[in-house]
Design a protein around this ligand. Sequence first.
Ligand SMILES: [Zn+2]
Length: 174
Amino acid sequence: MAILPIITAPDPRLAKKARPVEKVEASVRELMDDMLETMYEAPGIGLAAPQVGVLKRIIVVDCAKTDEKPQPYKLANPEILWRSDELLTNNEGCLSLPEHYADVTRPAEIKVRYLDEQNEIRELHAKGLLATCIQHEIDHLEGTLFVDHISALKRNIILRKLAKLKRQKVPAPA
Ligand SMILES: [Zn+2]
């Protein structure tokens, strides 16, 4: 397994739409495992393949609390089949927008169909933080970031700060 570099905003690669996975085979399983390791290391509770520069419809999430045992999910081609009318607001963050958070309102429960690591079709009924997290990661597959759900004013403040941070990152002298 390997820790992969995470792309941070602003970056045009984070705005692209990801392509479906044809079949979950060994190379996809390896990517899923690398993504999980990268996510745990960050640390984060979700990661989408475009965030590590792979334009494929693959996400990993683990919303277990720190005192619970890990509960990783690996989803290829996730598709939301149903959304509840009831909404839930969570203070969201993103490994591609480090140290920035904002309240985002989304459906409180969803039903998702996906391919698991064995290429089997599965359905998952998610609620609470898990539902928020899966919707956030599926957004990445469409080139959407959580800041796209908030006001343009707040979004621009965050993106400008991140752009400035990038400009300040000069290579360390050898
Ligand atoms: Zn994210």
